[in-house]
Design a protein around this ligand. Structure first.
Ligand code: GLN
Length: 257
């Protein structure tokens, strides 16, 4: 064999090895499929941190873990302020948002939403000794605490002469109500219910009817329509195999609506 041919063989083998190595590393990247999930973990019972362990827990946490498992992805949670979630998704820092996020037209311009996974709506919380606020009409001219960037903030701003105080998280809004700094909190009904049942019953109560009918959706970037489809498919499978109902009953004590 001439030296030239030998050199050629060696070179070819080298190139092949490199090529194969390349494939190999691509495969491992795919095998360790990670879903970076953003949520504002201060919205019990949907997403919050366990008092003792500080682990993320809640309906959304169980649901996204089940969805990830169904899709063959490992779920990694990133706690992010609610108003920073869509920007984080747009910047590619997270792949998915599950954060009791209402599907709205405004948001749907920026993100893809899954099929609705929870029916919600806005309600009012006042101090337990307040007998003047009985519904949304009575909020005119009042001081109202809401969470920044929430549908509660959007709706409260429509109330005539009301002074809106915006907080980073809902627990801060509840604290302000307790301290007497505001007359009411406008926020999602299931979260208000949970707050009153768990800790606020002596300080606060729910008044009036639901103001809105809202659906929560799981958001993904517009750049990855395939991911949105995979999530919808997994959600559907969990509804069919009873896993969704199990998670729902665990957190809400009743069968899904
Ligand atoms: N559902 C409300 C919204 O989407 C509030 C969600 C939240 O604060 N986590 O605006």
């Amino acid at each position: 064999m001439s030296k030239k041919v030998l050199a050629l063989i060696v070179l070819t083998a080298f190139a092949l090895a490199l090529g194969l190595a390349g494939c190999g590393s691509q495969q491992t990247a795919e095998q360790a499929k990670v879903l970076k999930v953003g949520m504002d973990a201060a919205f019990a019972p949907f997403e919050f941190q366990d008092d003792k362990s500080k682990d993320y827990t809640g309906f959304d946490v169980d649901l996204i873990n089940a969805i990830g498992k169904q899709m063959g992805y490992e779920v990694k949670i990133q706690n992010t302020g609610f108003d920073g979630l869509i920007p984080a998704l747009e910047a590619g820092n997270i792949d998915v948002i599950i954060s009791a996020m209402t599907i709205t037209e405004e948001r749907a311009k920026k993100v893809n939403f899954s099929k609705p996974y929870y029916k919600s709506g806005l309600s009012i919380v006042v101090k337990s000794d307040n007998n003047t606020i009985k519904g949304f009409k009575d909020l005119e001219g009042k001081q109202i605490a809401v969470q920044i960037g929430s549908t509660g903030a959007v709706e409260a701003k429509k109330i005539k002469d009301a002074k809106i105080r915006e907080f980073n998280t809902v627990p801060e809004a509840f604290l302000e109500l307790k301290a007497g700094g505001v007359d009411a909190v406008v926020n999602d009904l299931p979260v208000n219910d949970y707050y009153i049942a768990k800790s606020g019953a002596k300080d606060a109560k729910l008044v009036g009817d639901l103001l809105t009918a809202e659906d929560y959706g799981i958001a993904t970037t517009k750049k990855n329509a395939e991911l949105a489809q995979k999530i919808d498919k997994a959600l559907e499978e969990l509804k069919t195999n009873g896993e969704y109902a199990k998670i729902f009953e665990k957190w809400f004590g009743k069968k899904p609506q």
